[in-house]
Design a protein around this ligand. Structure first.
Ligand SMILES: [Zn+2]
Length: 332
């Protein structure tokens, strides 16, 4: 019996007038079925005063509320097994373009590498290690490209054990899992993530946490179509097999965004997020389920393309920003 938490990075976003959000536009028959038979909630994953981001939202969803912004560099180093020698300081540095979008870190890594220890983290991300703040600042000042330097912060305490497995592709979340003491599986392709999660559910790992970052990546690229398309794919390639594995082997499923990510601006959003919880046992025991309502028996069926083509979009309760807007705000 596994308690499974699927975190869709940056899946929610601000509601603007009648314009549908990415969660509303995505074709998500499995998520919609889960919303009908489970409980839809509105969660505050970004405590007041903390920045909206996976390092905050995933930490809160995992049960640790940071007292201050989380040290992003410590997460990146932990994710890659990079040891920062005592007395040295480390920072995550993002390379931006003049228009504010994400840039190419390669040339900056080469230039900074002459002055500092530099690790390329992929895309626009770097991890730099320096002997002092002054050395770091001097090296960064020499770089003409716009940079975002993540501030130092609190390092997550070890409070989990190998009863929890974190399956993630993002360095921040893998590092968070390592530092919190969980077992970590690195995977980012949806099919691989789903297979890893199904394997853990089959063997009865008590707590399985899955994090996928495609929706957030699309929002940062200011690409609303890609964000909705990723959520559609995640429903079919990730949530369907996970729901089927829970159906077969027992357990519960929670789905949540870790924070909002606005595809119009490319910025994170700290508003409470939509989430849902499905407990198949509770569904079976609940005598007040409507006649003709979806049951957990429908989940594997809904996930097949044939049924999807004819089922149409379910109406009513959905895990969307608009639907949860009138619900009380809960903490995870
Ligand atoms: Zn992001």
């Amino acid at each position: 019996m596994s308690d499974v938490l699927v975190i869709l990075d940056g899946a929610s976003e601000p509601v603007v007038d009648d314009e549908p959000t990415s969660l509303e536009r995505a074709d998500t028959p499995v998520l919609d079925a889960l919303a009908q038979i489970g409980t839809v909630r509105r969660l505050r994953t970004t405590p007041e005063g903390l920045p909206a981001g996976s390092e905050t939202g995933v930490a809160v969803l995992l049960g640790w509320t940071p007292s201050a912004p989380v040290d992003r560099a410590a997460l990146e180093a932990a994710a890659r097994g990079i040891v920062v020698p005592g007395g040295r300081i480390t920072r995550r540095v993002d390379v931006l373009r003049d228009d504010g979008l994400r840039g190419d870190a390669g040339p900056v890594a080469a230039a900074l590498g002459l002055m500092l220890e530099v690790h390329e983290l992929g895309g626009h991300r770097l991890l730099v290690i320096a002997s002092s703040e002054a050395t770091l600042r001097a090296a960064l000042r020499a770089i003409p490209a716009p940079l975002h330097v993540w501030p130092a912060g609190v390092v997550p305490p070890a409070r989990l054990d190998d009863c929890t497995v974190v399956i993630a592709g993002s360095g921040a979340v893998a590092g968070l899992g390592h530092l919190l003491g969980a077992r970590v599986i690195t995977a980012s392709v949806l099919g691989e993530v789903a297979a890893a999660a199904a394997g853990e559910i089959e063997r009865g790992t008590p707590r399985v946490v899955v994090h996928v970052d495609g929706a957030d990546e699309a929002a940062h690229a200011r690409d609303p179509e890609a964000k909705a398309a990723f959520l559609t794919r995640a429903d079919e390639e990730l949530l369907a097999p996970i729901a089927a594995a829970i159906h077969a082997h027992g357990g519960t499923l929670e789905v949540a965004a870790d924070h909002g990510s606005d595809p119009r601006t490319g910025a994170h959003d700290d508003a409470p997020v939509p989430a849902l919880r499905w407990d198949p046992q509770a569904t079976e025991d609940d005598e007040e389920v409507d006649e003709g309502a979806l049951t957990d028996e429908d989940l594997p069926v809904l996930a097949t393309p044939k049924r999807r083509a004819t089922a149409g979009a379910p109406t009513g309760r959905r895990m969307t920003e608009r639907w949860v807007a009138t619900l009380p705000i809960e903490t995870p």
